[in-house]
Design a protein around this ligand. Structure first.
Ligand code: HEC
Length: 200
């Protein structure tokens, strides 16, 4: 009986310990940054370039509704496709405070990164080109690489002043994204991040 109880307690202690191993964030060392920054830059650059090309050719082919379709339907598979190009990439996504697709909502680490860039902007500092974190969990660790995204003129058709958006875009957004928060941006605003998880 006592033996059983002890056994249960040991298991319980083990399980509790496992489930509460906290993830600790540290700044990567200079050496680690030297490795992960080029990977992060390459992957986020590829994602942005691919999205831009897809967007431009969709606009040319079928107008803005067709382009919405590209952003909506292809953005997620595109990020998956890019993930497959390097075995150190765990995931790539876009994230932001005011998201259009709830799938792109920030997690706790991404929220810290958003705050980091937001603070830099509010303090009037030159926008850093990237931000990195090392996430330590028990014996394992991984890295986050973040690249900031700003609102350009081309973004305004779908993320700009709601009153200025065309009826077809408004209708499409209302249909696809009933909780859309990604509107009323101006050119030059901080829009969000490309967030890349890189294996150690
Ligand atoms: C043709 C319309 C259109 C244009 C132009 C456009 N977007 Fe988007 N954007 C969308 C749609 C639709 C989504 C939702 C994609 C999804 O479902 O993941 C989105 C999502 C995003 C997201 C992911 C976070 C979220 O809100 O869900 C970011 C970041 C983003 N856009 C930035 C930009 C930037 C920066 C530009 C300009 C370079 C831009 N977009 C231009 C339609 C557009």
């Amino acid at each position: 009986m006592l033996k059983n109880l002890l056994f249960c307690l040991t298991i319980l202690a083990f399980v509790t310990q496992c489930s509460i191993t906290p993830e600790k964030i540290t700044a990567p060392t200079t050496e680690e940054n030297k490795e992960i920054v080029p990977i992060g830059n390459k992957i986020s650059g590829e994602l942005l370039a691919t999205l831009k090309t897809e967007l431009q050719s969709a606009i040319k082919e079928g107008g803005i509704s067709k382009a919405i379709e590209v952003c909506n339907l292809k953005a997620i598979p595109l990020t998956e496709m890019i993930t497959n190009t390097s075995d150190r990439i765990v995931s790539v996504k876009r994230t932001t405070y005011k998201f259009r697709n709830p799938h792109n909502a920030p997690n706790e680490f991404e929220m810290l990164a958003l705050d980091y860039f937001q603070e830099q902007i509010e303090s009037g500092n030159i926008l850093p080109e990237y931000y990195t974190q090392k996430i330590n969990q028990g014996d394992t660790s991984y890295f986050y690489f973040f690249k900031p995204l700003m609102v350009g003129n081309i973004c305004l058709a779908c993320h700009g002043d709601y009153e200025m958006m065309t009826p077809d875009i408004k209708d499409q957004m209302a249909k696809d994204y009933p909780d859309d928060r990604a509107i009323n941006y101006s050119e030059g605003d901080f829009r969000g991040l490309v967030s890349v998880i890189i294996r150690e």
